[in-house]
Design a protein around this ligand. Structure first.
Ligand SMILES: *[C@@H]1O[C@H](CO)[C@@H](O)[C@H](O)[C@H]1NC(C)=O
Ligand SMILES: *[C@@H]1O[C@H](CO)[C@@H](O)[C@H](O)[C@H]1NC(C)=O
Ligand SMILES: *[C@@H]1O[C@H](CO)[C@@H](O)[C@H](O)[C@H]1NC(C)=O
Ligand SMILES: *[C@@H]1O[C@H](CO)[C@@H](O)[C@H](O)[C@H]1NC(C)=O
Length: 395
């Protein structure tokens, strides 16, 4: 998934997602049990106490000229096999390549036949992804996974959860071949799979992301905790209004300190750690570009993408302030700096550089920000309280 925007996953199977969510909320179709390897010997009851430490997962940056996605290791099966995944708040499910995928070019694929706890499902279906990361078309692209359902034990940072629903990838379109990880761990706002299970060990139902630029490194996902050494000032919280994805309310966008009537509108903005792109409808996209440079034009070969001659891009000023509303009703800005404007040259025309904002008119006024914003803010994804918290990254 050179591009992962997994916002496509909510097109894909609303029914699948709804079913999975209700499974978590209602009784217990899966008997999820957890054990923590950090529990001191002789204190079995500690498993259920509040003493369990938050789970830190070191993240690597998938970087190709620009920061695309952040990924790390989980383990699946008994005995555990390491499975590398991009952590994606824009989707809800866990899927990764298995040895049954002969078209998957990644190394160290998962071998379901080596896991005693793997339960093979009989449903083979497809998952479609609809966007690009970095220099890529936004829509109608060929990001498709053929997957089989199943369940297995998933272990993250020493905490094991049994019977977690997952998909093994049987076939993938070639676009996925260059990614440095095996799959995607969805982290939607309704908490499914491992993320639903962690609360059973007494961890709060939230996770925090410290997504950093390549140059800063030390990116981290913290499950069940907030690391206040990684941000400056205080967290500001906003209500989460998405149904599966993560959305927060915004009242205005400004570019280089200026706004327009098109930009001064209420919208709900999706926060998606699984993409580097920024997506708005065409009218909003063009209103933003109009405040940056008249030379930024649609790139005909790739619908939804924009660009301009690479020789002109570096001098441009393109500070984007998105004004959100906090839970107490106060406006606060999060800023995408000018340095994010240049996404890199188009492969079909290397003298033209792609610019950050993509136009997308599906899903009725979709607005979405990804890594280009999130890597500047420590972010708390609070499932239990259906809110998100942000503070400037402290690197
Ligand atoms: C397999 O799963 C898909 C997605 O949820 C669903 O649409 C389909 O009906 C399922 N097929 C079977 C045979 O259960
Ligand atoms: C994932 O595990 C492999 C070895 O199993 C290791 O080489 C790699 O550095 C790990 N990646 C991260 C992001 O922790
Ligand atoms: C796979 O999906 C089917 C529905 O399509 C379901 O009946 C079955 O329980 C699932 N299997 C596993 C192992 O999750
Ligand atoms: C947000 O940014 C805009 C444009 O720079 C500015 O006019 C506005 O005062 C800022 N709002 C807050 C709450 O900082």
């Amino acid at each position: 998934m050179l591009s992962t925007v997994t916002f496509s996953l909510f097109t894909l199977a609303a029914s699948l997602i709804a079913a999975a969510a209700s499974d978590v909320l209602s009784a217990k179709p899966y008997a999820i049990t957890l054990q923590s390897r950090v529990t001191p010997k002789g204190h079995p009851s500690a498993v259920r106490s509040k003493a369990v430490k938050a789970i830190g997962v070191h993240l690597d940056d998938y970087f190709l000229g620009t920061d695309l996605q952040w990924w790390g290791n989980i383990s699946v099966g008994t005995p555990p096999q390491t499975v590398s995944v991009a952590f994606d708040t824009g989707s809800q499910t866990l899927e990764f390549a298995s040895i049954e995928c002969t078209s998957c070019m990644q190394l160290n694929k998962f071998d379901p036949f080596e896991s005693r706890t793997y339960v093979r499902g009989d449903n083979v279906t497809t998952l479609d992804f609809a966007t690009g990361v970095g220099v890529d078309p936004v829509v109608n692209n060929d990001y498709v996974l053929t997957v089989r359902n199943g369940t297995d034990t998933v272990t993250v940072g020493g905490v094991a959860a049994k019977n977690i629903p997952l998909f093994t990838i049987l076939k993938q379109s070639p676009k996925f071949d260059i990614v440095p990880f095996l799959g995607i761990q969805g982290m939607g706002s309704q908490a499914e799979g491992f993320f639903a299970a962690v609360t059973r060990v007494g961890l709060p139902s939230l996770f925090s992301t410290y997504l950093t630029p390549h140059t800063a490194g030390k990116a981290e996902l913290l499950i069940g905790g907030i690391d206040d050494t990684k941000f400056k000032g205080k967290l500001i919280f906003a209500d989460q209004t998405g149904d599966g994805d993560w959305q927060i309310p915004s009242i205005q966008i400004s570019v280089n300190g200026r706004t327009t009537t098109v930009l001064r509108q209420s919208r709900s903005v999706i926060c998606d750690s699984g993409t580097s792109n920024v997506l708005f409808d065409t009218q909003t996209t063009e209103a933003m570009y109009a405040l940056i440079s008249p030379n930024i034009k649609p790139f005909a070969a790739e619908p939804g993408a924009y660009g301009l001659p690479c020789s002109e891009i570096d001098g441009l000023s393109a500070t984007i302030d998105i004004t959100f509303t906090s839970q107490s009703g106060r406006p606060f800005n999060m800023t995408i700096p000018s340095s994010e404007l240049n996404v890199g040259p188009f492969s079909s025309d290397p003298s033209t550089c792609q610019t950050l904002i993509n136009a997308f008119d599906g899903f009725d006024g979709l607005a979405l920000v990804g890594g280009s914003l999130l890597k500047h803010y420590y972010s708390v994804w609070d499932v239990g309280n259906q809110r998100m918290g942000f503070a400037p990254n402290g690197f």
